[in-house]
Design a protein around this ligand. Structure first.
Ligand SMILES: Cc1cc2nc3c(=O)[nH]c(=O)nc-3n(C[C@H](O)[C@H](O)[C@H](O)COP(=O)(O)OP(=O)(O)OC[C@H]3O[C@@H](n4cnc5c(N)ncnc54)[C@H](O)[C@@H]3O)c2cc1C
Length: 423
């Protein structure tokens, strides 16, 4: 038996492999990428009666959507003031509201399509030093200005009411964010998309794109001709579309899943059963699974290399938070690529009037990919007013060529130092 790609793949409902594209196919829209962005787009299109064909290079959920921390996070990876500086207060409000809508859409979808994906609410953003705590207080105030008053702050010993650790000086308790089994969620959406007529192909990598009034996408087994193309390959798209590749940096992050902790210990470590992320750039993010394992993510590394002895590396990160977990084995470990933009705002755009894309969710794609799917479907159906709100945010390219990786490793080194010193 081949080992599962991730713990998610070992525990998601079994899905029969889908067919690879064979021969010539015609569709209104061709979507490249079978993660949450591509599948949400196909689902939203099919619900509007728009015929969509989706091509996935491997299997649905092979990319970040089937490997992530499963954390549903409020807002955007960029602070709202950065978005406000880019688009003005009133459009920033609309963008904030769409972020709220993206979160609300998850329980809606779960219910509507009867998806069993262990959806739970409650989140804790942890501060490792006073400077991070002050930033979190500012965030609470800023979100309140945008009309969201969910979070509260805890400090000092009160952290222990949320989490059994002394590592943090305080943090933000955020009831409107949460967690789920991302692959089960994605496969549920994929089934829902097929149920309303979308055609999903696996093991069908797009190897060539011919742009024009009719777009033609070629795989090793066939071609798709379509009026519109949606590019949803994010950090896994590679160099297929250089204009997009320049604006998104693939950053590696790693996750380990322990053996079950047992109900009593799990409840003691996570008295409020929240998902957690700290404020570092190379952050820790973790939560309990339904069967009470610790699912612990750590990153990020711009070098995109896997740490030697990944399980030991993760075990060390876990013990920094919970020193008592010396006796717990890590049963699954894997890595994945997060697509980061320069300003941490997602990059939504058009390469031509009939070629749309969304990428660079900067670590917050579990919710925002759903928004991308909705907005791209709206645009293709004739109303791009909401897509344009995010599209107007400008994105700087990352350095290219030989400078690309060394520059980012250096940048990451500075940011890690900042984490350590609490600047
Ligand atoms: C380890 C890790 C932890 C994360 N944790 C969180 C988290 O807790 N919360 C959160 O909100 N976000 C998190 N993220 C980010 C989140 O997973 C992503 O933002 C989101 O899944 C992006 O979805 P996507 O569909 O755009 O891309 P992906 O899910 O990466 O899907 C892209 C797909 O396109 C396919 N593809 C690429 N090229 C081609 C081609 N030429 N032809 C056909 N198919 C192609 C790939 O095989 C892939 O399946 C995490 C990411 C990682 C890697």
């Amino acid at each position: 038996m081949t080992p599962s790609l991730t713990w998610y793949h070992a525990t998601a409902p079994a899905a029969a492999p889908r067919q690879a594209l064979a021969g010539a196919v015609r569709a209104k829209v061709c979507v490249i990428g079978g993660g949450l962005t591509g599948v949400s787009t196909a689902l939203n299109l099919a619900e509007r009666g728009i015929d969509a064909v989706l091509l996935e290079a491997e299997a649905i959920g092979h990319g970040a959507s089937g490997r992530n921390g499963g954390q549903i996070v409020q807002g955007y990876s960029a602070p709202m003031e950065r978005i406000e500086a880019a688009v003005g207060r009133s459009d920033a409000q609309a963008i904030w509201d769409m972020g709220r809508e993206a979160i609300a859409a998850i329980p809606d979808r779960v219910k509507r399509h009867n998806i069993d994906c262990d959806l739970r609410w409650g989140y804790f953003i942890a501060a490792l030093n006073r400077s991070q705590l002050a930033d979190l207080r500012d965030t609470v105030e800023q979100w309140a200005e945008y009309g969201y008053r969910g979070p509260t702050m805890v400090e000092g010993s009160a952290v222990r009411s949320v989490l059994a650790t002394d590592l943090y000086v305080g943090g933000m308790v955020e009831p409107g964010s949460g967690q789920l089994h991302p692959l089960a969620y994605l496969l549920g959406l994929a089934g829902a998309a097929e149920a309303v007529g979308a055609r999903l192909f696996e093991r069908s990598a797009a190897i060539e794109i011919h742009y024009g009034k009719t777009v033609r996408v070629t795989t090793s087994g066939g071609t798709v001709e379509a009026d519109t193309l949606v590019l949803a390959g994010n950090a896994y798209l590679g160099r297929l579309v250089p204009e997009m590749n320049r604006k998104v940096m693939p950053v590696a992050s790693f996750i380990g899943v322990t053996e079950p902790l047992g109900e009593e210990r799990a409840r003691r470590l996570f008295p409020q059963d929240v998902a957690v992320a700290d404020c570092n750039v190379a952050l820790d993010y973790y939560r309990l699974t339904a069967d009470r394992r610790l699912l612990f993510g750590a990153g990020a590394s711009y070098s995109a290399t896997t740490p030697i002895g990944l399980k030991d590396w993760l075990a060390k990160r876990i013990r920094r938070v919970f020193p008592e977990l010396t006796d717990v084995a890590i049963e699954h470990a894997w890595g994945g690529l997060i697509g980061i933009t320069h300003n941490r705002v997602p990059d939504f755009g058009r390469l031509a009037p009939n070629v749309l894309y969304a990428q660079g969710f900067s670590g917050q794609g579990v919710a925002l990919t759903g928004l991308a799917g909705t907005l791209m479907a709206e645009t293709i159906a004739g109303d791009d007013s909401r897509f344009r709100l995010i599209e107007q945010v400008r994105h700087l390219p990352f350095p290219g060529g030989l400078l690309r990786t060394p520059t980012l490793v250096a940048a990451m080194g500075v940011l890690k130092l900042k984490d350590r010193l609490g600047w």
